[in-house]
Design a protein around this ligand. Structure first.
Ligand code: SF4
Length: 233
């Protein structure tokens, strides 16, 4: 996209601070069902599901965990089997060797340092082997006390398209978003972008013509006439 066009598009939609609330409100109305797609019944299952979701789809993880959680109910259960058996049980999620190693390391630390419970805070979760900031953010947010904003591939793409960040690095994107998104929406905001990204703002073929944000989005491919925009030649 030519620079002048980008500048013109940004001018047309206005400052991001003024757009963020309408963006959130419209997405809440559009995707009232936006929530985590991973299926879990307790904190341990949530943590395991999120760890397994790296580099695969939530649907795939749910397919695997449906059986996995019948067999592994406590941190001890993950350590009671051989590494190969655990690898086999999670094989379909991909990268199963690294994931099994991370799960075993995490379970050992949960037992040793946290009484077998999943800790509540970011700094504690980040100590767990194989738990990076995104995983920790998802776990904390699902418990209703978000300490940050989850940035996955959809959140990254939509934040950039909507002109909410110019960053590429997820940590820097999160830094921009937490300054912009009112705290009461930190939990739901990633879900809204993820669902909108799956249903409408698709990576290769965004459906701008049916998008409820097309007058607020500098990347919209639809000609939107607003009061502030001069008619284009
Ligand atoms: S207008 Fe287009 S690019 Fe912008 S959020 Fe909607 S679908 Fe995505």
């Amino acid at each position: 996209m030519a620079r002048s066009y980008v500048r013109e598009a940004r001018r047309r939609v206005g400052p991001k601070r003024e757009r963020i609330r309408p963006i959130i409100e419209r997405l809440l109305a559009e995707h009232p069902d936006a929530t985590i797609a991973l299926q879990y019944r307790n904190d341990l299952e949530l943590l395991v599901s999120v760890m397994l979701s790296a580099q695969t789809t939530d649907v795939n993880v749910n397919r695997v965990t449906e059986r996995l959680f019948q067999k592994y109910r406590t941190p001890q259960d993950y350590l009671a089997v051989s590494p190969e058996e655990l690898e086999n049980d999670i094989r379909a999620t991909g990268f199963f060797r690294q994931k099994a190693k991370a799960l075993r390391g995490t379970m050992a630390m949960l037992l040793e340092d946290y009484d077998g419970q999943v800790p509540r805070h970011m700094d504690e979760l980040l100590r767990l082997p194989g738990v990076a900031r995104k995983t920790a953010n998802v776990v904390i947010a699902e418990r209703g006390q978000a300490e940050g904003i989850v940035v996955d591939t959809h959140v990254r793409r939509l934040s950039q398209r909507l002109g909410l960040t110019r960053q590429e690095d997820p940590v820097k994107i999160e830094r921009d978003l937490v300054k912009l998104v009112p705290r009461e929406y930190w939990n739901v905001f990633p879900h809204l972008l993820i669902w909108h990204g799956r249903r409408v703002c698709i990576a290769r073929a965004p459906r701008c013509e049916v998008c409820v944000l097309n007058d607020l989005c500098p990347a919209s491919r639809v000609e939107v006439v607003t009061n502030t925009s001069p008619a284009r030649a």
